[in-house]
Design a protein around this ligand. Structure first.
Ligand SMILES: NC(=O)c1ccc[n+]([C@@H]2O[C@H](COP(=O)([O-])OP(=O)(O)OC[C@H]3O[C@@H](n4cnc5c(N)ncnc54)[C@H](O)[C@@H]3O)[C@@H](O)[C@H]2O)c1
Length: 435
């Protein structure tokens, strides 16, 4: 679609952290398609940054999303991008949908199944579109896999093996020290990290329905029992730091970096600041904040660092999904899709390999799409495609352009809730228990 075919969509962004600022990049690069008219965030430094970036009036900059849901003020835009912490999603989605905003909602939709269902219902009742940021679905290579499955290129779909390698330092950063370290503060790690992966499996398996699920896993490594002898509570003063791969010194100070994960540790990096100045801020944050703490028992973390999920579908097809912290690769998913007449292998790049059992030939599909190059790099370009689809759906009033709409997103969230229940209760769960 060319630029002239887009109608400019106006939006508010609630939660201007990592994800909110990433989606805001779309407006910076395509102002004729999307205009940010208001933002909310309790952190002054990010509010000021966004206000300057989008020349916002003071009254359209708030420290709390609730201001924009207030029934006594007018609706400011057509859509709301909800990029708040996990536990704020439910209330914000309900209230902003009731106010008439179309909703682009970060995953997880909510942290309880009944809340996810209510969000879908309220969006329906208020006639607003809902897109959930299961961004990986929008990757061209992911769509290609679906197309090949549906064309029976591998014969009858029998089974899927999928792995999400979180990455050893990424896990320590986000799920031991960071935002998603504690279930009560955010949510369980399968929902936080792998609702994407369960969504992919569900998407590729459609129209089959998942019927039952089992799951195993626990917090194996990042516990007090594994604290090395002589280790102190903070990496900067630890006598055995040099022997620890999870040392905050190694993760945040070893090489110059102003982007993730350093930008999470120090959210107020100014554009003019060089590494020497940034380093001073990082050191201070490591001395005083959560990102400098020992990963062994000092972070109040309780989410599992490895989990497997086994899914059974209504025609007997099966899938396994494995999430594991202890990998060199960072979120470079690998999927193997087994059919009666062939196999597809995806190793997280833009390419896909098809092996045909009859001809014994290998075909390589290259699905690289540079549309988003340099704009929104997140998730290999998937963030761009997700945002663009949402904006186009609103522009053309075509909800079907949202690849991750209410029903599909709810279904994959329910799979995650069922899997976690199966793990915690050590039993096979029927998906019907959650439907
Ligand atoms: N789709 C994906 O692949 C993906 C990737 C990472 C994170 N996420 C999800 O996106 C969401 C945001 O993650 P993030 O990494 O940007 O986190 P973040 O902490 O960087 O951003 C959240 C922002 O919300 C702000 N906030 C908190 N309370 C608020 C309130 N009452 N009103 C307005 N703003 C408020 C915080 O100050 C913060 O700036 C989370 O739910 C996370 O799980 C999704």
């Amino acid at each position: 679609m060319s630029n002239s075919e887009y109608r400019q969509i106006t939006g508010i962004i609630v939660g201007c952290g990592n994800r909110g600022q990433n989606y805001a990049e779309y407006a910076r690069h395509f102002p004729e398609r999307f205009r940010v008219v208001a933002v909310a965030d309790p952190r002054q430094v990010v509010r000021e940054k966004m206000q300057k970036l989008f020349s916002l009036e003071d009254k359209h900059v708030s420290n709390d999303w609730r201001q924009f849901a207030d029934p006594s003020i007018e609706r400011l835009a057509e859509c709301a991008l909800i990029t708040l912490p996990d536990r704020e999603h439910y209330e914000a989605a309900i209230q902003l949908a009731k106010k008439g905003y179309h909703i682009l909602l970060e995953k997880p939709m909510a942290t309880k199944p009944e809340h996810c269902k209510e969000i879908v219902q309220v969006c329906r009742d208020n006639n607003v579109l809902l897109g959930v940021c299961h961004v990986l679905r929008y990757l061209p290579v992911v769509k290609k896999i679906k197309e090949l499955i549906d064309k029976n290129v591998i014969g009858k779909l029998i089974s899927i093996q999928h792995i999400e390698p979180v990455g050893y330092f990424h896990f320590a950063h986000s799920f031991v020290r960071g935002n998603w370290h504690n279930e009560n503060e955010s949510c369980f790690s399968l929902l936080a990290k792998c609702c994407h992966d369960l969504d992919l499996i569900q998407y590729w398996m459609q129209p089959r329905q998942c019927v039952n699920i089992s799951s195993f896993g626990k917090l194996m490594h990042f516990t007090r029992d594994n604290k090395p002898q002589g280790a102190s509570d903070r990496c900067l003063t630890c006598a055995v730091e040099s022997t620890c791969p999870y040392s905050a010194k190694k993760i945040y100070l070893e090489k110059p970096n102003r982007r993730w994960p350093v930008s999470v540790v120090v959210p107020d990096i100014e554009e003019h600041e060089g590494w020497d100045e940034i380093k001073v801020k990082v050191k201070h944050a490591l001395e005083t904040g959560p990102y400098g703490k020992c990963v062994y028992g000092d972070c109040d973390n309780d989410v599992v660092d490895q989990q497997v999920v086994i899914l059974n579908f209504d025609d007997g097809a099966t899938a396994t999904m494995q999430m594991v912290a202890f990998t060199e690769q960072v979120c470079q998913r690998t999927s193997r899709i087994f059919g009666s007449h062939g196999e597809l292998t995806w190793t997280g790049e833009d390419t896909l390999v098809h092996y045909d059992f009859l001809t014994q030939k290998r075909t390589i599909y290259d699905e690289a799409d540079l549309t988003s190059a340099g704009i929104m790099g997140g998730h290999g370009g998937a963030d761009f495609f997700a945002m663009d689809s949402f904006i186009r759906a609103l522009s053309l009033n075509k909800p079907e352009l949202i690849g991750t709409g209410p029903e599909d997103s709810l279904a994959s969230h329910l799979i995650a809730f069922a899997a976690e229940t199966a793990r915690k209760e050590n039993r096979v769960c029927q998906i019907n228990e959650f439907a």
